[in-house]
Design a protein around this ligand. Structure first.
Ligand code: ADP
Length: 385
């Protein structure tokens, strides 16, 4: 709103037209004279301030009301009320939030108030035009949003510190577990080396089992450590050619692929927004599993990608032993295995890490499988990250 300096009362001249105009708008308009006497009040102002006609003469609300509070809920002094400020400073006052407590101060009606002084040719104030809108709903929404934000911040802080505690706990536990394990392993080796002649075949067999157990425990601890160290941050995300990522995975699995006499095929793979190292790990775990859980036929592994409206859906299919449908969710849990170590070696951590990787990419992971026929693992990466 600009400072008006016409030197004329706005009701002079075409006053009736202006009165019609001011009564047809939703914004409250009050005009005070230079002594803060009321000159005009439109119908929206009466409605917004819930004033009866007989109260209008008392309408000093926007300039002298004792109960007015500021945006912070604290009482405002008279010189902070916009029409008083505009009268004193002779410059427009804009966007002041004022509240009028209603119903025994339990609730407050909030207004956004602007006051503009109208000056004569000598620069003297002849009128102050105040306009205001009810912003109670807006203010309530803002307060609710602030409350939610503060709650969210507190929760994020709690979560971060409990995560940090957990990480510390796992790091210490796994480190401390490795020490006695090293001790057990080396004394078992010593026992085997020094007393081979004195021990009978059964004792040697038992020592062999114990060594195997210790090695397995070591693998479990290292895998658990890898799972616990998984960082939930997206700092390494970039545009990645997933076809090139797959190529590098196939190079690192070359030995295992040829040992298993496996055929690996791939369709065209897209450019995605991903963490290349994690995408590599995801492919490596899934293809590695297809090689490990092979059936009696030579493994046939196919990697493909389908593009849907909002995401890329990658799939790794094999003709391996398959999985019963009732286990298709469980296998993504930590340490969940469907076989013992005699049939297939493993720790049950690989798919749990795959699930974490898919989640970090804001995608999902799952499997369709038929026992004896093979499995198709799929994971999605949204196009819009
Ligand atoms: P691990 O291979 O170390 O056991 P994973 O987390 O990679 O751990 O897999 C969990 C379980 O899911 C495996 O023990 C296996 O039973 C099953 N599984 C995973 N991939 C396949 C697959 N391609 N075909 C059949 N079973 C699978």
């Amino acid at each position: 709103m600009n400072q008006v300096s016409t030197g004329k009362n706005i009701f002079s001249g075409n006053g009736i037209g202006i009165d019609h105009l001011l009564n047809s708008i939703q914004t409250g308009v009050i005009i005070h004279g230079p002594d803060l006497e009321l000159l005009y009040c439109n119908s929206a102002a009466r409605k917004l301030l819930s004033l009866q006609d007989e109260e209008i003469s008392l309408l000093t609300l926007m300039c002298r009301c004792k109960n007015l509070v500021g945006a912070d809920g604290m009482p405002v002094s008279p010189d902070m009320i916009p029409c008083n400020t505009a009268l004193q400073t002779r410059v427009p006052v804009e966007g002041v939030v004022l509240g009028i407590p209603v119903c025994d101060n339990v609730a407050t009606t909030w207004f956004m108030v602007h006051s503009v002084p109208v000056l004569d040719e000598n620069g003297e104030v002849i009128e102050i035009v105040s306009s205001f809108n009810d912003i109670t709903a807006l203010k309530e929404a803002e307060e609710k949003l602030n409350w939610l934000y503060q709650n969210l911040e507190a929760r994020a802080y709690e979560l971060a510190s409990s995560n940090a505690d957990m990480e510390k706990f796992v790091a210490v536990a796994t480190h401390d577990l490795q020490e006695p394990l090293r001790l057990i392993s080396s004394f078992l080796q010593l026992l085997k080396m020094k007393y081979t002649e004195k021990l009978d075949a059964r004792a040697q067999e038992y020592i062999g089992y114990a060594v195997e157990g210790a090695q397995r425990m070591k693998k479990l601890i290292l895998d658990l450590l890898e799972y616990a160290k998984f960082r939930n941050n997206r700092e390494g995300f970039t545009d990645v050619n997933s076809g090139l990522v797959l190529k590098s995975v196939l190079v690192s699995l070359e030995e295992s692929i040829s040992k298993n006499r496996a055929t690996v095929e791939s369709g065209p793979l897209p450019q995605v927004y991903a963490d290349p190292a994690l995408l590599e790990q995801l492919f490596e775990n899934l293809i590695g599993n297809s090689l490990k859980y092979r059936g009696s036929q030579d493994p046939m592994i196919r990697i493909a990608c389908e593009e849907t409206q909002g995401e890329f859906q990658f799939s790794v299919s094999d003709n391996g032993i398959g999985i019963k449908p009732e286990y298709s969710d469980k296998i993504f849990n930590l340490f969940e295995r469907l076989h013992n170590n005699e049939s297939f070696e493993g720790t049950g951590v690989g798919l749990a890490i795959c699930e974490k990787i898919a989640r970090l990419h804001r995608g999902s992971i799952g499997v369709h499988s038929e026992p004896g026929k093979g499995s198709t693992f799929y994971f999605t990466i949204p196009k819009c990250q």
